[in-house]
Design a protein around this ligand. Structure first.
Ligand code: PAF
Length: 293
């Protein structure tokens, strides 16, 4: 059966009320569209674990700090619908901005601490926009489980914290970052890279893997790890580093010593395209099997 598209809050609510009356569980995959294999794996996980898979497609204006980024964000509902069909999703919720935010909208969700560093520092208001829309999507669709990618590790940490703090019952599931064969993490923004920038882009992952190996081999000083990774990024003068940090994986705050699992996270610019990536690092796993990307 082909995926059904719902454009209003009332319609999707009515449909999901019927689904739940039949005793089915609901899995939500929140997206902004421009679907790629990374989203595909979120849908696959939801497909395996829940009865009714809802993909939300909504380019959320509240989380964009730069109007030009919002404007050029890729939108193609027909292609996304085909993608969802092929992947076996059941329902798409693709509301118009006006049906998510009335002109009188005044309520926002602020997740302090975990939202403040890294992307939160360079993109003021970004996580407030993410948390607000994700909470709205949770209320609208009332999923049993919701699926997020580890590439956006800070977003995942913000959502987990919101769920805990606000006593939401949805279970947050994370799915590993999907990468091109040269290591570049899949992202809707990769399509903005020029041919020359695309060639250079894998250096971000290469730098993170070197950091991961250093930590696995016993490095405990974040400054040393950052310095080695920065030197690698500096080999490509077209790469501008916005941040490169070693953080606690739950709080997403910079650590002063590496004593347990950490994430090394970075944001870089290539021309007008911003790329983010991160790796989870386990100290003392130099023999390799524990490395997680
Ligand atoms: O990761 C995204 O695509 C967005 O931030 C999300 C979670 C769909 C909220 O708009």
């Amino acid at each position: 059966m082909s995926v059904e598209v719902f454009r209003t809050v009332d319609e999707i609510r009515e449909m999901l009320a019927r689904v739940r009356r039949m005793g089915a569980t609901v899995g939500l995959v929140p997206t902004m569209g421009a679907l790629h294999e990374g989203h595909g794996q979120l849908i696959d996980a939801a497909r395996q674990e829940t009865d009714c898979v809802v993909v939300s497609i909504f380019v959320n204006p509240l989380q964009f700090d730069r109007p030009e980024d919002l404007e050029r964000y890729p939108r193609n509902l027909d292609a996304d619908k085909k993608f969802c069909d092929d992947r076996g999703a059941d329902l798409i919720f693709a509301p118009a901005p006006a049906s998510m935010y009335a002109p009188t909208h005044r309520s926002f969700v602020e997740v302090a601490g975990v939202s403040e560093g890294l992307c939160g520092q360079s993109r003021p208001g970004h996580f407030r926009g993410v948390a607000t829309v994700v909470l709205k999507l949770f209320h609208i669709t009332q999923p049993d489980r919701a699926y997020f990618g580890e590439k956006d590790a800070q977003q995942l940490a913000v959502v987990r914290r919101m769920v805990r703090d606000l006593n939401l019952t949805v279970e947050i599931m994370s799915v590993r970052t999907v990468r091109e064969s040269d290591g570049l993490a899949l992202s809707s923004r990769n399509r903005h890279l020029t041919t020359a920038e695309r060639k250079v882009a894998p250096i971000l992952f290469q730098a993170l893997v070197v950091a991961q190996k250093l930590i696995a081999a016993g490095a405990t000083d974040p400054a040393e790890v950052k310095s080695v990774a920065s030197t690698i990024l500096a080999q490509q003068p077209s790469v501008r580093v916005e941040y490169l940090e070693v953080v606690d994986p739950d709080e997403m705050r910079a650590v002063t010593r590496i004593r347990g699992p950490v994430r090394v996270a970075a944001a870089v610019w290539l021309g007008s395209t911003r790329l983010i990536d991160n790796v989870l690092c386990e100290p003392g796993t130099a023999e390799g099997s524990g490395l997680i990307q």
